[in-house]
Design a protein around this ligand. Structure first.
Ligand code: ADP
Ligand code: ZN
Length: 682
């Protein structure tokens, strides 16, 4: 008979540490169990972390039962979950929740009307690699142990084909692979491409699946029926063993960072998983994040370049249009203005003419604007009153049918033109959004089919599939959309991409705004003219802006990522911003402004005191703030933040842990949320 032992169990509760339980069950590290929690003895899930000899001072409760459905998680996964908890300062018992499927395994498969998660398609064969692809493939394929590779390839250079070959090799060796892509580019197009090559070896995990579908895909991987897992960041949590390769496509994408609960970065977590699994990790991008780029030029990552598009297809020409008022003395321009006086304010004569040309040839145009709705704000010209969300410190956006909507909390109200403040003026709409573009285009291009792709219009996988189908068949002439259409899409007839107002991107109060803007312009341009043949004129990109000299524009126009990176790294270096320094953000929030403010000030004082107390360890730490967050009120919560910058990366984590260690002083009603390596500082 087995005897009673003490075990450390990470129970599903907001506790910083694992708890000690006793049990005479045959437990193992990585096993899911149920344990009683707290005075009431409520039963929760817990993950067994291992035996312990330490007898706690208080009464030890017994493990309730083993969750028989699951065998213990593979050891590297348990280590990885522990690392996530430790690095991102998140309760360990809440981290492992994501490692299990949402539903119980049911033996009976219910019939579903939904299309299969992985379509069954006719197989295609591998393409002959270009010399560049071949050399990248070969130098990555040499590695079978942990190593991190950056595949830096311009848009349309055939990165995906390199991934497919690498996966081929991994399968031939009897191992398995994981491919992470940003949720937004996990399109049917992409899944089809993998399904054509690898047929029924593929499983996928993403947010468009039902809980049943997720659960089934999870078991397909865990029970070894599938050997390639494609998914959004959370797919990493599916415990796939015998792993030979992890690929993170579009590694620069901010959406790899989860911005609630466990605030992990899927890309960084993938590199750590590769390390624990001892397999290579490939990060791919046309616009690598500066973090990854620095690791590559410092020699920590292997750098592989694809410098040109396949089949000598040209990169698109990028033309920049200055939206500032045209000078009166310029006769040519004056003629243009008169000729095009019927154009809406957001559409330059050049963009209009190019659209006409492209459409006349039977090709397609896409206009991009990262703003939904008709107008950003409504304002009273008499008294200056603007309609703001009562929950958030944000102006309401005007949408069709006279709806005013908050883009943060989804608060709705009807648009009444009479100013509710002064009762005299008539509220006017200011700004622009995708709905306005669509309306204006319908008037300007009668007879052309216009489609809009934004969160208001595309709400499901079916909607997106439908839209992509219509773009592929050429049923749509003009596509208008938000960043939903900027990524990964590949439409042969798309020859013109217009960025309606580039300034939307670079005016955000965030040190990464320029980098983001550069990435967006480049990715957006990457959609244009992807299939032009040798000798044909290349795709065209038109950028409209009030700031033609902005770094993100001048470097993107020259297709010069490396120049941009060198320039931007210099700026980051001067200010110790990542990737030179490490950043941690503490957000202090609550419903009472005064208490939030006071707590933020106290937290800052504690941070300074901690630094002064341990000058050896924490000399490299800089405490910034507290300050009101750029989004100073959101969903009824006032927000302050405090930033910790550290030129010594290793100091940031223990400092933050210590600063948050004892929270008894924090007044009730105020929460302090920590974000390690934050991606957004709003
Ligand atoms: P990226 O991911 O780098 O933007 P893709 O992998 O999507 O580029 O490739 C761009 C296009 O080139 C795709 O249509 C793809 O089928 C095609 N392609 C890729 N590699 C080759 C090759 N070796 N020969 C011919 N066509 C290729
Ligand atoms: Zn709101």
């Amino acid at each position: 008979m087995s005897s009673t032992q003490l075990w450390r169990v990470a129970a599903d509760a907001p506790l910083p540490e694992a708890l000690t339980y006793s049990s005479d069950l045959p437990l193992q590290r990585g096993q899911l169990v149920t344990v009683p929690l707290g005075r009431g003895g409520r039963k929760v899930h817990g993950l067994v972390l291992g035996p312990t000899a330490e007898v706690p001072e208080f009464e030890v409760k017994a493990v309730d039962s083993i969750v028989e459905e699951y065998t213990p998680l593979p050891e590297p996964y348990v280590k990885w979950l522990e690392w996530l908890a430790q690095y991102y300062l998140h309760p360990v018992g809440q981290v492992f929740q994501s490692a299990f499927p949402p539903l119980r395994k049911s033996e009976k498969q219910r019939q579903s009307k939904r299309p299969p998660v992985i379509p069954q398609l006719e197989a295609d064969s591998a393409l002959d690699l270009t010399p560049e692809q071949k050399s990248c493939f070969e130098s990555i394929a040499q590695h079978s142990q942990f190593s991190t590779h950056l595949l830096f390839g311009v848009t349309g250079s055939g990165k995906t084909e390199v991934y497919l070959r690498l996966l081929d090799k991994v399968l031939a060796e009897g191992k398995r692979g994981v491919v992470l892509v940003p949720e937004i580019s996990l399109t049917p197009q992409l899944i089809q491409r993998f399904a054509r090559r690898f047929g029924d070896k593929i499983a996928a995990l993403h947010s468009q699946l039902t809980d049943r579908e997720r659960t089934n895909q999870w078991w397909d991987i865990v029970e070894g029926r599938k050997s390639i897992l494609i998914g959004a960041r959370s797919a990493l949590f599916c415990p796939i063993d015998n792993l030979g390769l992890i690929i993170v496509d579009e590694e620069h994408e901010p959406s790899f960072k989860q911005d609630e609960k466990l605030k992990y970065n899927g890309r960084d977590a993938a590199v750590m998983l590769g390390k624990l699994m001892n397999c290579p990790v490939v990060l791919g991008s046309a616009t690598p994040s500066l973090e990854t780029w620095k690791n590559a030029i410092d020699g920590k990552y292997h750098l592989h370049r694809l410098t040109r598009r396949v089949a000598n297809r040209a990169l698109p020409d990028i033309e920049v249009i200055d939206l500032r008022r045209l000078k009166d003395d310029d006769e040519e321009k004056q003629k243009l203005i008169t000729k095009y006086s019927h154009l809406p304010f957001w559409l330059s004569p050049t963009l209009y003419e190019r659209m006409q040309e492209v459409l006349a040839r039977g090709d397609q145009a896409a206009l991009f604007l990262n703003r939904r709705g008709i107008a950003q704000m409504v304002v009273c010209p008499s008294c200056g009153h603007t309609r703001e969300c009562p929950n958030c410190d944000i102006s309401l956006t005007l949408h069709a049918h006279s709806h005013l909507i908050c883009h943060y909390c989804d608060y709705h109200e009807n648009f009444k033109t009479k100013c509710p403040d002064c009762h005299e003026g008539q509220l006017e709409a200011i700004g622009l959004g995708t709905e306005l573009l669509e309306t204006d285009l319908t008037r300007l291009f009668p007879g052309k089919t216009i489609a809009r792709a934004d969160r208001d219009e595309i709400q499901s996988r079916a909607d997106l599939e439908d839209l992509i189908g219509k773009m592929e068949t050429g049923e749509i002439d003009i596509l208008v959309g938000t960043q939903m259409i900027a990524k990964g899409l590949d439409f042969p007839k798309l020859k013109l991409v217009g960025l309606v107002l580039a300034d939307v991107g670079f005016n955000l109060p965030d040190f990464r705004a320029t980098e983001r803007s550069f990435q967006l312009i480049t990715q957006m341009s990457g959609r244009s003219g992807r299939h032009v043949k040798e000798g044909e004129s290349p795709g065209l990109v038109i950028i409209q802006t009030f700031n033609t000299e902005h770094d993100s524009i001048t470097f993107a126009k020259a297709h010069d990522f490396e120049g941009f990176a060198a320039h931007e790294l210099e700026i980051r270096s001067a200010l110790n911003y990542p990737p030179m320094g490490r950043l941690v953000s503490f957000r202090i929030q609550g419903t009472k402004l005064g208490i939030v403010e006071e707590t933020a000030r106290l937290l800052a004082r504690r941070a300074h005191a901690l630094k002064a107390q341990f000058p050896q360890q924490y000399g490299a730490i800089e405490v910034l703030g507290p300050a009101e967050a750029a989004l100073s009120k959101l969903r009824g919560q006032f927000r302050y933040h405090l930033l910790i910058k550290s030129t010594q990366p290793a100091a940031a984590n223990p400092f933050s842990r210590q600063l948050l260690g004892d929270q008894e002083w924090v007044p009730s009603g105020v929460k302090i949320l920590i974000d390690i390596d934050p991606m957004s500082l709003l």
